[in-house]
Write a protein that binds this ligand. Structure first.
Ligand code: LMR
Length: 424
């Protein structure tokens, strides 16, 4: 080989990238988050995004809560605020206020038995909770199974699976009656081995909008007690059902006062409109302060290996809102504004389908469902047609984010629901 050939071979080696990842398959796009990208590309003036669960005001715009704006102003003008690391478990005053919001007057809180750690919003709380129970909960079987309701937030499968848990579904939603399958749910709870872990949505069930009634929650709590099950609560919408965070904590507080072993994942993405700030907490109820200290130390250990310390900005806002009476009053009013607008949209959509378009079927479920989402009860092909022809983006399960509706687009949406239902 001549010197020139040798140098051209070396050059081509140098420019050829190593192919160590050639076997990596393309992961399917996220069924919820991918809708935003498709929506952004759509040039139609009629386009509507009913995909991601994020509040929009009556003009379809993101809303910075006035309580958040005021807290923000305080933060900017507070000379004591710096950019040092937070502790591994996060901002202690935020954790305490978040626990208070969730558990109210509970005995466990007063007795110092609740371990509260700041997390990367609700997703981070689910992740930390799942990793912790995978490592330390004494599961009744080798498979380390977590039972999740059918349906549930799709990300639960990924989070629990990545943490090493086996995910199994339990009956929850009856697609024929478009309501809670309480018998199926109780059967699932009763048939699982004693001491199983069940994931429960604390309120405003995502994706169905179907919540148990207070009486049904009591039945579920009784069944959990009898079976010694562990409740893994996910609470991402506290305040969105009724406009009152205390009211929406009913299930969590009932389980706590019933002595059911449990943890709670808490998010401030929706109820404080802090989506991008990743403000959340994980609360684990323990039997005594000694146990609490050990659990906390293990949560610290997991967090330290993942991101060391959580971000400070969002939780500083929430801490101010929850601890200053004037800001808290403003926030309470802001939550009422959001939940009230969603309830109005439910009534308006129901009215359009029932009275204006006289769409075949009953649409009663739209008003009886709670929180951010409604399960319309239409199939994936109908959803696809809404997207392709109506420029309306929704998850293929037929879930719509009610907050994406407003007086300017609701008639367009109702018209398309009517069309796809009639197959017209
Ligand atoms: C949703 O369900 O739309 C939200 O919780 C956003 C998300 O992360 O999926």
């Amino acid at each position: 080989m001549s010197a020139a050939d040798r140098s051209s071979t070396i050059a081509s080696h140098l420019s050829t990238p190593a192919t160590v990842f050639a076997h990596v398959p393309m992961s399917p796009p996220d069924p919820i988050l991918n809708l935003a990208a498709k929506f952004a590309k759509d040039q139609s003036p009629d386009k509507v995004n009913l995909g991601v669960g994020a509040y929009r005001d009556e003009n379809g715009r993101p809303w910075v809560l006035p309580a958040v704006r005021q807290a923000d102003e305080q933060l900017l003008n507070d000379p004591s605020v710096n950019h040092e690391y937070l502790p591994i478990k996060g901002l202690a005053t935020f954790n305490a206020a978040a626990a208070q919001l969730m558990f109210g007057d509970s005995a466990a809180l007063k007795e110092g038995r609740i371990v509260s750690h700041q997390t990367l919003s609700g997703t981070g709380a689910n992740h930390l909770g799942a990793k912790f129970i995978e490592r330390f909960y004494q599961f009744p079987t080798e498979s380390k199974t977590i039972y999740v309701c059918d349906p549930t937030w799709p990300n639960h499968f990924a989070i629990m699976g990545e943490a090493g848990l086996t995910v199994q579904k339990y009956p929850y939603y009856d697609s024929k009656t478009l309501s809670l399958d309480i018998d199926g749910l109780l059967r699932g709870v009763n048939e699982a081995p004693n001491g199983s872990v069940f994931l429960l949505h604390a309120c405003a069930h995502n994706p169905s909008g179907v919540d148990p009634t207070p009486e049904q929650w009591r039945q579920i709590a009784d069944a959990f007690r009898a079976k010694h099950h562990f409740a893994f609560f996910d609470s991402a919408y506290q305040g969105f059902v009724s406009g009152d965070p205390d009211h929406d904590a009913l299930a969590v507080r009932l389980f706590e006062s019933s002595g059911i072993p449990m943890l709670v994942c808490q998010s401030f993405a929706k109820n404080a409109g802090l989506y991008g700030e990743r403000a959340g907490a994980l609360h684990v109820i323990t039997a005594n302060t000694h146990e609490a200290a050990a659990v906390s130390s293990q949560l610290d250990r997991i967090t330290r290996s993942e991101f060391s310390m959580p971000p400070a900005y969002g939780v500083r806002l929430v801490e101010r809102i929850l601890t200053q009476p004037a800001l808290r009053a403003e926030w309470d009013a802001n939550i009422k504004t959001m939940s009230g607008r969603i309830i109005e949209m439910r009534e308006s959509l129901f009215d359009l389908l029932t009275n204006k378009y006289k769409t075949p079927g009953s649409w009663e479920h739209i008003v009886s469902q709670k929180g951010m989402f409604s399960f319309l009860g239409i199939n994936p092909e109908q959803c696809q047609r809404m997207e392709d022809e109506g420029h309306i983006y929704l998850v293929k399960t037929g879930r719509i984010s009610m907050a994406g509706l407003n007086p300017g687009n609701i008639d367009h949406v109702a018209k398309w629901i009517d069309r796809v239902v009639r197959n017209a």
